[in-house]
Design a protein around this ligand. Structure first.
Ligand code: ATP
Length: 285
């Protein structure tokens, strides 16, 4: 496997929005080519931490480094894939969207054309290259977004719930495709999700976060199960339960803070952490 991704280091990072402390004392070392999933309850600070790695948000304390250099702002070497495919330019075709970054960077026409073809093929969109984003399905738009980021040949790809808006089947297909693309590119990937199964299918390590405010990194779970992974495999199922307990505690804290829970780690919290409602009903009988 090609391992050309850059290492990323988050050191004692504090992030504030005015008086609001979003993230406190976050520390995380990510190896080059590693796939790390950030998992936590809604609103805990996953996107904020990812945005600090991207350079969109400036920590008030600590630092983020990428390949040993301090991150001071966004850079094409750290590509970002967002949940919403509105990040694509709707007036450009898929090919033109993917070509945009290399063209802005002054890459020559022939080199660009071959890179665009390569990345369109990698994400399975060669046949839709001349369509506009509005003519694509949600899954195809996310593929186009990924190809657009990959065309800049980033050493780090930051993904913020990229499959969150997709239906369950498309999501499964995209997870399998991303696993393959990650191996082909060798990029470091930091992937934000609130979906425990998705984190298990994709991550080399799964990092959980505490509920905010003042969210912190809670636990780091190595996940070296053979790929492609199967969530029904006993080892995956055991990790799922462990992560559900971990996240469930934080979801319960969030619900309590919002006055939506009766003070225990009840069904709302477990359901929000990934347990199907009928499983809860069965357990309670
Ligand atoms: N630009 C901002 N200004 C003020 N507060 C912000 C800003 N961005 C995020 N926050 C706050 O920081 C906290 C963390 O938000 P963040 O979006 O990082 O959470 P998250 O874990 O990614 O949530 P979700 O899973 O729902 O997307 C939230 O309380 C949010 O309201």
């Amino acid at each position: 496997m090609n391992r050309s991704g850059s290492p990323v280091s988050v050191r004692d990072v504090d992030i504030r929005f005015d008086d609001f402390v979003a993230v406190r004392q976050a520390n995380l070392d990510i190896a080059g080519g590693e796939f790390v999933c950030l998992l936590g309850p809604s609103g805990c600070g996953k996107s904020t931490l990812l945005n600090a790695i991207a350079g969109f948000v400036k920590p008030v304390g600590g630092e983020v480094t990428c390949a040993g250099a301090r991150v001071t702002g966004p850079d094409v070497s750290r590509g970002v894939v967002f949940q919403s495919a509105e990040a694509l330019f709707p007036w450009l075709t898929v090919r033109q969207n993917v070509d945009f970054g290399p063209r802005m960077r002054g890459v020559g026409k022939a080199q660009r054309a071959s890179a665009v073809d390569r990345y369109l093929a990698m994400v399975g969109l060669s046949h839709s290259a001349d369509r506009f984003p509005g003519q694509l399905s949600g899954g195809m738009r996310q593929r186009a977004q990924l190809a657009r980021v990959l065309a800049n040949e980033p050493s780090v790809v930051l993904m913020d719930e990229p499959f969150g808006a997709l239906d369950a089947q498309t999501r499964l297909v995209m997870q399998v495709e991303l696993d393959r693309i990650w191996r082909e590119t060798g990029a470091t990937i930091v992937f934000v999700t609130h979906d425990i199964g998705e984190a298990i299918l994709l991550g080399d390590r799964i990092v959980t976060m505490t509920a905010g405010p003042s969210a912190a990194i809670k636990n780091v779970y190595p996940c070296d199960l053979p790929r492609p992974r199967d969530l029904t495999d006993p080892a995956s199922a055991a990790l799922f339960r462990q992560l559900r307990e971990d996240i469930g505690t934080e979801v319960a804290r969030t619900l309590r803070a919002q006055g939506l829970d009766d003070g225990h780690d009840g069904p709302d919290a477990r359901q929000a952490a990934g347990r199907p409602a009928d499983e809860d009903r069965r357990t309670r009988r």
